[in-house]
Design a protein around this ligand. Structure first.
Ligand code: GLA
Length: 335
């Protein structure tokens, strides 16, 4: 007997570093997917992924990073009272790794879907997203929010999923009329992503504490940020303005949406300081293209990919033209 689970990667259109501040996000699924196949095992768990084999038991976490995600999913399911038998776990994936398209969330959600099929556990898509996030936070060492797991579990390719990450209320929206997405990798690996990410999260939480609000989502008057010392003031300003941009984007046509993306990138670069010189250059080259409404880094930053909103039918050509003028070695990931 084989149990299969599949899940897509995601690209975030707007709402970056807002999820762990209980704010708003606007991701879409991408076409690339991760597939996990489970078969009855012997005594331990045997994971085959990326051409490597790792054996582990539930008593000690594996050292290898991708194994930690799978281990975390099994541990979290067991913590709910669902026993998981020894398994052989085969992972194959088309989702590019380490570029900000959530290969880890795709692995977690695909693993949990396969485990659901195997154990018969009653888990809906939101429950799977929550378990997947807990697996990552508790067992893989990244203090992530819930955007990626919600997107991988609930979003569709080519459709945006608006999520209020405090309540998990959500709604699907079409892309702005006459637009499509390009995703281009800067070719620069994300360095310091985990430590930089956790540091930003800590700064956000500190800023909220100083302001006396449960989360930066609750800042009602942007003027109150003036009381914060730097860099907390700029970190908080990014979160507050980014939440506002997501809400504006829900009503925006393609040109207005593009302007919001450009403003988001500037804010991530100057206030949140998670961009790099290469991402700034690639965003500028993409934005130069007449068929591009707007572009920005996507995901946590510190390297990885950019997303651009383009006129329908022109994303590929615009991305190629931008790459031809980019000084680094990038590649097109979508379309
Ligand atoms: C990573 C995290 C998400 C989110 C983004 C930044 O992808 O996993 O939870 O915080 O960074 O928006």
């Amino acid at each position: 007997m084989t149990w299969i689970g599949e899940a897509p990667g995601r690209v975030n259109l707007l709402g970056e570093h807002t999820d762990y501040n209980e704010g708003f996000v606007l991701p879409a699924a991408i076409a690339q997917r991760t597939r996990v196949a489970l078969r009855q095992g012997r005594e331990a768990f045997l994971l085959r992924a990326l051409g490597r084999s790792t054996q582990f038991t539930l008593d000690s976490p594996p050292a290898e990073q991708s194994a930690k995600y799978v281990y975390g999913c099994i541990k979290e399911l067991e913590a709910l009272g669902v026993p998981v038998p020894p398994l052989e776990i085969h992972v194959s994936s088309e989702v590019p790794m380490g570029v900000g398209l959530s290969s880890s969330a795709a692995l977690e959600v695909a693993t949990l879907r396969a485990l659901r099929a195997c154990t018969g556990a009653a888990l809906d898509d939101v429950a799977i997203a929550r378990l997947a996030q807990r697996a990552e936070v508790r067992h893989a060492g990244v203090q992530c929010g819930i955007m990626d797991q919600m997107a991988s579990s609930l979003a569709e390719a080519g459709t945006m999923l608006f999520v209020d990450t405090r309540t998990l209320e959500r709604r699907k929206l079409p892309l702005p009329l006459g637009s499509e997405i390009a995703v281009v990798d800067s070719g620069v690996a994300r360095s310091l992503a985990a430590s930089g990410y956790n540091a930003r999260r800590a700064e956000s939480e500190l800023a909220a504490r100083h302001l006396g609000v449960p989360a930066l989502r609750d800042v009602a008057k942007p003027e109150t940020l003036e009381a914060l010392r730097e860099p907390l003031r700029r970190r908080a300003r990014h979160v507050v303005t980014e939440n506002r941009r997501v809400l504006e984007a829900l009503e925006a046509d393609a040109p207005a949406f593009g302007r919001l993306m450009k403003a988001s990138h500037a804010s991530l670069r100057d206030d949140y300081e998670v961009s790099t010189a290469e991402l700034d250059e690639l965003v500028a080259r993409l934005s130069d293209q007449p068929a591009v409404y707007g572009a920005r880094l996507t995901g946590a930053g510190f390297g990885g990919a950019c997303v651009a909103l383009c006129r329908t039918g022109e994303a590929r050509r615009a991305a190629e033209a931008a790459l031809a003028r980019y000084s680094g070695r990038g590649r097109i990931l979508v379309p």
